[in-house]
Design a protein around this ligand. Sequence first.
Ligand code: FUC
Length: 760
Amino acid sequence: MKLWYDKPASLENWNEALPVGNGSLGAMIFGGIEKERFQLNEETVWDGGPRDRNNKDSLEYLPKIRKLLFDGNIKEAEKLTAIAMAGTPEDQRHYESLGDIFIDFEHEKQEICNYERFLDISNAVAGVKYSCGDVEFIREVFISAVDKVMVIKLDADKSKSLSFMLTLNRERYFDYIYANAKDSVTLKGKSGSDKGISFCSMVKVVADGGNAYSIGNKLVVEKADKVTIYMTARTDYYGDEPEAWCKNTIREAINKSCEQIKYDHIADYNRLFNRVKLTLKDYNSEDQLSLIPTDVRLKKIQEGETDLDLICLYFQYGRYLLISCSRPGTLPANLQGIWNKDMMSPWGCKFTININTEMNYWPAETCNLSELHMPLFDHIERMREPGRITAQKMYNCRGFMCHHNTDIWGDTAPQDLWMPATQWPMGAAWLCLHLWEHYEFTKDYNFLSRTYDTMREAALFFVDFLIENNKGQLVTCPSVSPENTYSLPNGQTGCICIGPSMDSQIIHALFSNCIEASKLLQTDLEFRGKLEELIERLPKPTIGKYGQIQEWAEDYDEVEPGHRHISQLFALHPSNQITLKDTPELARAAKKTIERRLSYGGGHTGWSRAWIINMWARLEEGDLAYKNIEALLSKSTLPNLLDNHPPFQIDGNFGGSAGIAEMLLQSHTGFIKFLPAIPKAWSKGEVSGLCARGGFEVDFTWEEGKVVKASILSKAGETCRIYFEGNLKAYNNGEVVGSYNEETSLLTFETKIGERYEVY
Ligand code: FUC
């Protein structure tokens, strides 16, 4: 499980560098020979601080905007929305790079050979190896979540071979950089406003043999045998004094020893990573593929070659990335996880919640990284108070809500002044669906009882916010269908609308989850009654003139029929309101919808392609899903296997891994289905540790596209239902359990917590 390359990343091309991280600290490693670069991030280094941006006039103009929309005067409605509802100011805070470490090596002028740069994702350790003359140099880098430091080990097989100068830097916006000890430098600053974040990064070198000292604000090492560099960073976001925290963390790391830190790091990482294994057996390859550099393998896929092993690597890379950027107690993965080189990055490298942040967490449950979902849940809590204020001030509604972006202070006011996206009231609602999903996968009753109130509060907003449309249905208004524009027969175009399909689907899911949760928790009877009454009045998915699922309440044409968002199919994925079995007509229309999008060039951003993979998987179209995986790899993947929107955006990686899992195992319809969307080319393979709703962990092998043998671990003692056509039985300790119903094709058996069940 290695990404590897036979040359350094070009210093100017960040997209070739390799990411390491521990959930809050991140680095991109370039692997230079003369000059090494580590581009650094700390996830709380954001510009500015919290603020209230809710538009003071929103409430006053809301009735007027609604009236304009009901009168069909879209242009006027949009004009007024742009000034009366936009955030004041229009933009949320943004994420920034922490800086860089540069190391200038003094090498003898000799030929370099045997160069290799790698990222071993089975241990979360990156490295560089090469020979210069008769000296072999080895560099190893990892960031420990246990000890909260980045460790860079420099080694050479001849003594006194390591001489270099180290520079810690930041492009701009910092106040101090100084040697805080003989062998250590500190960089400090404060971002943005007076409420801004104070940050500190610190580097210390420990040399074996030779000399290590500072000159000015550089660190110099001369003729050392081995060197260990410790780096960490902190801000005051969580209330720490950053410099003291860094000093202390580095001191403790050095006391612990580099070997022990590495040992603990690998053990900690393996605990998460090793839970899932995937092999796709390729009859044509001769298992020599790992000898080819990763960028070359990617190019071969672009040229139409098959490389199933690279698909397994890509799948696991998504898991690696989530483990490296989203640990309990850290912030959720932002648009780039934690890895961002810019001071002013695309979309502020925030949390865009009209698809992107949600997609980041699609693999969390299915790919057995459930606890990595926690940062998202913590963030929802962070949004509650600001979200209440926005609900109250902008709409005079109870509950909490958010528009299509949020920042690390949980800002919930509208973001940007961009008609297709800004005025969308569904962000908090969509995020809250993840709480229910976590419950469904874990059956953790305590979690549900802890978080019910949050889901309820998101639903409460819509109890107040929904209004009646001309058909007497309950709809959102104003809203948009992210981020598409419709055209009217008279040639007018518009974004703002009444009751876009996605909104009704999200509210349907949120209300259903709350109703279900309140039953399980035996609570909140009155509120449940209210939701049961309202849910009946939400518009249902409707089939339009092209046989597609309608995107808006009216069967408008899209200005961009190949648009990257496919919001009207939210009901197909991630939700389960459209399924092949229960709503076959809608499923057919969903298929038409995807085909229509694709025929107009859809799926052109990485995340959009990843969503399409998940949708084809839900429609059990394995070959089409696979075709889109190949497209994701060949059109939207950078040399370092990060997703390319463009630019780099991590959602495509996570959506891609989730899509592969979705092709292998599904459980969104009340039962487990093995290999629901297996492409012909993946006829043989094995997988272990994928998760299904009901608290099940599933392993199986397959041949000729059919499961040969499965093993299911029950973690919650729920009844297990497996759908298949054929003749399989379930066994526990050698005894047959449960029974198979030929009419429903369901094998059903009761389970005990911690027991394993074999199915063959
Ligand atoms: C949404 C998408 C864009 C981009 C941005 C960060 O607005 O429509 O494609 O991914 O988020």
